[in-house]
Design a protein around this ligand. Structure first.
Ligand code: DGJ
Length: 732
């Protein structure tokens, strides 16, 4: 297929450059086509965004059908809209001030090439050039044929005599020819991450953006879903789903024009971020990653989940460790003896790892609460007199691996780090400091600070070579951002937000060069960070500090549109009064962990929990590497139902949860239609995760055809006495 695409593109380019001087460039995946074509003035236009066509020659004809003339609103289909010349009235993707002070830009087609990348994708690179200034934009389209995913980004470069100011520098510019758009975006706050909002976009601009500097997912997620021609459902409709993969300030702009077409501009948020670009120093923008599904949101999710597992998430096709964490159980209040006593709990439960959370470090200003010590990464001698090596050793004696929490980008003003290196901290010297969780952000634009952060991790592994896991936290956004390093080096403060992200990435790259495989959890004061860019360095992420399982059913549901279960850390805690079974069942739909006092479990609960972990160990492969189907939405029903299915459709798990406890709720009146099964195969459904003394109304001797289960459905009998039901699905 890939060779076919390359051939086709070369042929089309040749044909059109010879015959009409028009160049047509189709960007293709298995089911999607995005077609670009030059107009008579060599301006590159988007002439089609939709389903791929069987007859390749027809791509060049698509534009004619839309009657896109080159004036007024009919010229809104620019491949990369510019500011400062009069043939574009839409939101610009790029706005610059040239070295001579001129603020106009025109971008004409210069050349393009198509290549196969070493990781198995097709990369189309198109170079646009200003006819007056030596200023260039390269548009990149990396396409993943099988997953139907497109990564789009740009590099911006010039060789003018001096710096060019980039006032806006987007990654991607799209144009969609459908009508009646519904945008799903996500609001958030601590413990309330990923709250969906649906907006029918009618006219004008709708922007989703972050200005937090760090932890981009806290108030607004970089993920979105855009249904076209009306609302898509789980299995019907056209929907574009994706993310701007930038762990800093981002901007996603949706502009509905007079033709009811949709213009999308995605990239770094230009807020306070004009960038002085030196000659011959290309600026690479982050990736805008999306899929277009013509079969509803379910297919779109599976595309993104597969792409992430196969091509981005660190060790996406590998294994994960189950764990016992001590944060909810002890908070800052623990000592060596107590920790060691918890290790046997991890062993008794049957999990792989003990994760020591916040509170283990700092001496002059001990980390006994969140107001002191952050930045002073020496072990606290009074809590842990024998240090971390002793803990690692003791855990290993119990047959359990050991992992540790760090928050290396941050500092409490009450710390030796702050006292000794105030210039390493982002703050406005002439203004009162503003804190978020009593802390400030370190200046990661400064290479010395990058070394400091790198060494926290490197030293930890040097002293504890068998350390098996890192939880990397980040609690504060950037307030009053001012960098002493940029100031001293005569670099504009408006580079801060961009250079912070690049600085962090430098550190993570170095860590991964030396420690390529050790699992790391991306955490951010709850679920403040989850962008695809950072997930290249992390094996998993923390969705939220909110571990109330009912809230989690909704939250995991929303995250599942964009992330595979293997990347999602779910812990069983005591945040709610829901039954232990409900809590464990919900946490099992991902990477299972516990954050409870194991010694407080009754014998009955302990036995039950051990059994559920053994069950999890049996079906986790399907959860981690299989396909996910959302069967019944908690937003539309009194219950939620989700299933995971192996690639060969022989093994699956179905999770069902009561989500409405009202008397009026009727969760068990109707069957739930399963999805993805082989209609000709026969399946058995067995209820698992049951207490020894509980009865199930599910008859495991009965077998059903895939056809029956997908058309008639299956009733898991969810009610207030059976508020969560887990069914193992096996082909016979
Ligand atoms: C915020 C995280 O989300 C929690 O899980 C915990 O690690 C605390 N920080 C520790 O301070």
């Amino acid at each position: 297929m890939k060779t076919k695409i390359t051939l086709l593109i070369t042929l089309l380019s040749l044909t059109f450059s010879l015959s009409s001087q028009q160049i047509t460039i189709p960007i293709l995946t298995q089911n999607t086509a995005l077609v670009l074509q030059t107009d008579n003035n060599k301006r590159l236009k988007i002439i089609y965004t939709g389903k791929s066509l069987k007859k390749d020659q027809e791509y060049a004809e698509t534009g004619k059908m839309f009657k896109l003339l080159s004036q007024g609103a009919a010229s809104n289909n620019n491949a990369f809209a510019v500011a400062g010349i009069d043939n574009n009235f839409t939101e610009p993707a790029i706005a610059v001030v040239h070295e001579d002070g001129n603020n106009s830009l025109d971008l004409l087609y210069d050349s393009h090439k198509v290549s196969e990348t070493s990781d198995g994708a097709t990369l189309t690179t198109i170079t646009l050039k200003d006819p007056v200034y030596p200023f260039f934009v390269d548009l990149f389209y990396k396409t993943w044929n099988k997953e139907d995913v497109i990564e789009q980004w740009t590099t911006i470069r010039h060789n003018e005599k001096g710096d060019v100011t980039l006032n806006k520098y987007a990654s991607a510019n799209l144009y969609l020819f459908n009508k009646n758009y519904y945008l799903t975006s996500y609001n958030g706050a601590w413990a309330k991450e990923m709250q969906p909002e649906v907006t029918n976009l009618r006219q004008g601009m709708h922007t989703i953006e972050s200005r937090l500097g760090t932890r981009e997912n806290l108030h607004t997620s970089p993920n979105f879903m855009l249904s076209m021609d009306g609302q898509a459902t789980e299995n019907t409709g056209t929907v574009l789903m994706g993310q701007i993969a930038w762990n800093g300030n981002f901007s996603l702009q949706f502009e509905t024009d007079v033709l009811k077409n949709m213009h999308i501009v995605a990239g770094i948020n230009p807020y306070q971020s004009a960038y002085q670009l030196k000659p011959n120093m290309p600026f690479e923008t982050p990736r805008f990653i999306y899929t277009i599904s013509f079969e509803g949101r379910g297919k779109g999710s599976r595309n993104l989940q597969k792409w992430l597992r196969n091509h981005t998430l660190l060790d996406g096709q590998g294994e994960r460790l189950t764990l016992l964490n001590n944060w909810e159980a002890t908070q800052f209040d623990f000592d060596q003896e107590e920790l060691v006593s918890l290790f046997s709990g991890a062993k008794d439960l049957g999990v792989n790892l003990f994760l020591l959370d916040d509170g283990w470090f700092a001496n002059k200003y001990p980390r006994n609460n969140d107001r002191a010590g952050l930045g002073d990464w020496e072990v606290n001698k009074s809590k842990l007199p024998d240090g971390i090596p002793y803990l690692v050793h003791e855990a290993e004696k119990e047959g359990v691996k050991f992992g540790i929490w760090i928050e290396p980008e941050m500092v409490n003003p009450k710390s030796e780090l702050y006292e000794n290196n105030p210039d390493w901290v982002l703050r406005q010297e002439n203004r009162p400091e503003i804190y978020f969780r009593s802390q400030l952000v370190l200046d990661l634009t400064n290479p010395e600070v990058q070394d400091f952060v790198y060494n926290i991790v490197d030293d930890m592994f040097t002293v504890n070579p068998t350390l098996a896991f890192i939880k990397w936290d980040c609690n504060a956004p950037i307030f009053n951002g001012h960098s002493k390093y940029l100031e001293r080096n005569n670099i504009s403060q408006s580079h801060l937000y961009v250079e912070y992200v690049r600085g962090l990435e430098n550190v993570l790259k170095r860590i991964r060069e030396k420690y390529p495989t050790v699992p790391m959890m991306l955490c951010s004061g709850g679920g403040g960070r989850s962008d695809y860019d950072l997930l290249k360095y992390f094996t998993e992420f923390w969705l939220s500090d909110n571990t109330d399982p009912l809230e989690r059913v909704f939250m995991q549901w929303n995250y599942s549109y964009y992330y595979p279960a293997i990347s999602m850390c779910n812990h069983v805690t005591n945040w709610s009064d829901k039954p232990l079974k409900y809590r464990i069942d919900v946490a099992s739909m991902g990477k299972l962990g516990f954050d409870i006092r194991v010694d407080k479990l009754s014998d009955k609960d302990m036995k039950f929990t051990q059994q559920t972990i053994r069950n999890y160990d049996e079906f986790k492969d399907v959860i981690w590497h299989g396909d996910m189907y959302r069967l019944a939405s908690p937003y539309e029903n009194d219950l939620a139902s989700i299933m995971y299915l192996s690639d060969d459709k022989t093994e699956g798990v179905m999770f069902n949860y009561l989500t409405n406890w009202r008397f009026l709720a009727e969760p068990s009146l109707s069957p739930i239609k399963l999805q993805g099964l082989n209609k000709d195969k026969t399946y058995r459904l067995t209820e698992i995760n049951l207490y020894d003394d509980s009865q199930t109304p599910i008859d495991k001797e009965q077998i059903y055809s895939g056809e029956f289960l997908m058309n008639v459905g299956f009733n898991p009998v969810v009610n207030s006495r059976r508020s969560s039901v887990v069914l193992k699905i096996d082909a016979i």
